[in-house]
Design a protein around this ligand. Structure first.
Ligand SMILES: [Zn+2]
Length: 407
């Protein structure tokens, strides 16, 4: 954690003069946690990222007058977010719900979970457990977008819920900055969580957040009376399957008249049916955002058009009942991977740079983990994917027993 109030810990240099900038205060207009700075040499004023979230690794400077972003680390997307949000800053009031769960009697620590990407918000929130477990000298205050309110763990002192949808998650909101300042200033002094982008699996327990107990690995074999597999559906990150040149033996050949979503539905149905051939008692479900329609009646279609806490929790219960979750790479795999027994992920070459960033691991023997987490090309056919999933379903317990032997 770093100091936030009254003056934050921040080290930035003037990009024009090369001297250390002087710290005037702090400013949190949304997802960005900033120091207010000025240069004693040239007099320019800046906002500089505080060391939290992505800015822990790639802090940037924003020149107040010109709106220019100085990006010494060369991360264009993070620089664009800052520049664009500042250029279109707003003061529109937001719904700001302050829940005082326990009195703040110790040093307050603010964990800012606002972001425009679902995965970033969720991963920041997982940082909470470290403080709850190891820092009894702190009172934790969680700043969270309303979509993640349901996952705030027990034990925090205050919950500040901001009604800011993901599509507005980059917003620079001066009204929000004033509200956060007013509340933090009432404490006299406060710190800010560094909000690691990828907390270590040993530092959180997903059950504290979702209140759902993950799949019991010791019951894997017993539960094979009804092998349980869940496909995690997403319509903006589709399973393309093999291309049009795919040999016919791997399934029907793609026709241009078929939309990409229809194609995914056909592929998922093919996967489910191939698995049912091998495992007649299989319990197969499809979960995720989308219209629940068009799947065979024997598949449990748990898709929804919109998300709410009840739906999210019901999905987590389904993941926790699943030997395996299957899906394409993306943040929609975070909660499924955290709760299921194992994962089979379809990943395309364009996502290799984000490998494993969407998986919340349940740690165990490294060999056993290799067995439970499988990553295959997104061009994999339903038949090949079913073969792989089937081998994990039936092979896990023998493999685990084999690997348990020690001299
Ligand atoms: Zn200067």
């Amino acid at each position: 954690m770093i100091r936030l109030h009254p003056l934050p810990d921040a080290r930035h240099e003037c990009p024009h003069c090369g001297v250390a900038l002087l710290i005037d205060g702090w400013y949190i207009p949304g997802m960005r946690n900033l120091a207010q700075l000025h240069c004693a040499g040239c007099g320019r004023e800046f906002y500089g990222d505080l060391a939290a979230g992505q800015a822990l690794y790639t802090p940037m400077l924003l020149e107040k007058a010109a709106g220019v972003v100085h990006d010494p680390h060369g991360v264009p997307w993070f620089a664009d977010w800052l520049r664009d949000s500042y250029a279109s800053r707003t003061s529109t009031p937001l719904r700001f719900e302050q829940e005082e769960v326990a009195p703040v009697t110790r040093h307050p620590l603010l964990l800012n979970c606002l972001d425009t990407l679902y995965g970033h918000c969720l991963l920041k929130l997982l940082n909470a457990q470290h403080y709850l477990n190891h820092r009894p000298d702190l009172d934790l205050i969680i700043l969270v977008p309303s979509l993640l309110r349901w996952m705030v763990p027990a034990g925090v002192a205050q919950i500040w819920t901001i009604d800011l949808p993901l599509r507005r998650g980059l917003e620079w909101n001066d009204w929000l900055a004033r509200e956060i300042s007013r509340r933090v200033e009432s404490f006299g002094g406060a710190s800010l969580s560094v909000a690691h982008s990828h907390p270590h699996p040993d530092d959180y327990d997903i059950e504290h957040f979702t209140r759902v107990k993950p799949f019991p690995l010791d019951e894997w074999e017993r539960r094979l009376t009804s092998p349980t597999v869940t496909f995690v559906w997403r319509e903006d990150r589709l399973w393309p399957g093999a291309d049009q040149t795919t040999p016919a033996r791997f399934g029907r050949i793609f026709t241009p008249a078929e939309t990409a979503v229809e194609r995914q539905r056909r592929l998922v149905t093919g996967l489910a049916e191939a698995l049912r051939t091998e495992h007649p008692t299989i319990d197969f479900a499809v979960v995720g955002l989308g219209k629940a329609a068009g799947l065979p009646a024997w598949i449990a279609d748990m898709r929804r058009d919109e998300l709410d806490a009840g739906t999210e929790r019901a999905w987590c219960l389904r993941y926790a009942d699943s030997h395996l979750v299957v899906g394409t790479h993306g943040s929609h795999m975070l909660l499924p991977s955290a709760h299921a027994g194992g994962v089979v992920e379809l990943i395309g070459t364009q996502r290799w740079g984000n490998f494993l960033q969407d998986i919340l691991f349940r740690t165990s023997d490294c060999r056993e983990m290799f067995f439970r987490y499988r990553f295959v090309a997104e061009s994999t056919t339903p038949a090949a994917l079913a073969q792989l999933a089937s081998s994990v379903l039936t092979g896990y317990s023998p493999f685990r027993n084999l690997m348990r032997e020690r001299v």
